[in-house]
Design a protein around this ligand. Structure first.
Ligand code: AMP
Length: 211
């Protein structure tokens, strides 16, 4: 099962994507996580991406499509994947479609996590993220430990109010059109109301997927 998660920043794609990936028995592939790991490791890709990420801007499509090609080619992804935050522009949607066509692998579903902008700013400014495994938390102070891996919780540089506002503008301008692109080109798009308790939203997402 190959699923694309769409939705504005802070709609909960990361958390819900992790739950869905576990339910489906496939990996969650998140370009944001891959890029943050590269920034932390100081690789050439990380160094090139850091400034745009900190501002809340997108990194170039060719970088993303390369990450995607490599991630989809791993044995773990042979039976599918949950692609989280991976398709942020129409050229990325087109590039993913070309890559999948060349691999003979269809995309099964697009899940759109829907949330109004006011909820997003509030969610993101209260969020901390593990600096090791990237698990997001709400209501947990920076410097405390991750429940999963013992890493340190930090405030992401792009979760400061100015970068959050920029990310929402970038989303409206460049990512929102991806929804229309999938509606025109397939596969099926399912809408999930992303406002509510974690398990409520998860139940809606599972229903949309029939898992
Ligand atoms: P995320 O963790 O999904 O919120 O992504 C964090 C940041 O990484 C974004 O604000 C972008 O700067 C960059 N990024 C992640 N995925 C993509 C993508 N598919 N296209 C362009 N930039 C991306």
């Amino acid at each position: 099962m190959l699923v694309v998660l769409l939705g504005p920043p802070g709609a909960g794609k990361g958390t819900q994507g992790e739950l869905l990936a576990r339910a489906l028995g496939v990996p969650r592939i998140a370009t944001g996580d891959v890029l943050r790991t590269a920034v932390k490791a100081g690789t050439p890709m990380g160094l090139a991406a850091k400034a745009a990420m900190d501002r809340g801007d997108l990194v170039p499509d060719d970088v993303i499509l390369e990450i995607l090609r490599e991630s989809l080619a791993t044995p773990e992804a042979a039976n599918g994947a949950v692609l989280d935050g991976v398709v942020r522009t129409v050229p990325q949607a087109e590039g993913l479609a070309r890559t999948l066509a060349s691999l003979g692998r269809p995309l099964d579903l697009v899940l759109f996590f829907d949330a109004p902008a006011e909820a997003l700013v509030e969610r993101l400014s209260g969020r901390t993220t593990c600096d090791t495994c990237q698990t997001p938390y709400t209501g947990r102070a920076p410097g405390t430990r991750c429940d999963k891996c013992g890493g340190t919780l930090v405030r992401r540089a792009d979760d400061d109010p100015e970068s959050v506002r920029r990310r929402i503008v970038v989303y409206e301008e460049q990512t929102a059109p991806v929804l229309a692109w999938y509606r025109a080109n397939g596969p099926r798009v399912a809408m999930v109301d992303a406002i509510g308790a974690l398990d409520e939203v998860a139940a809606r997402a599972h229903r949309a997927l029939n898992v």
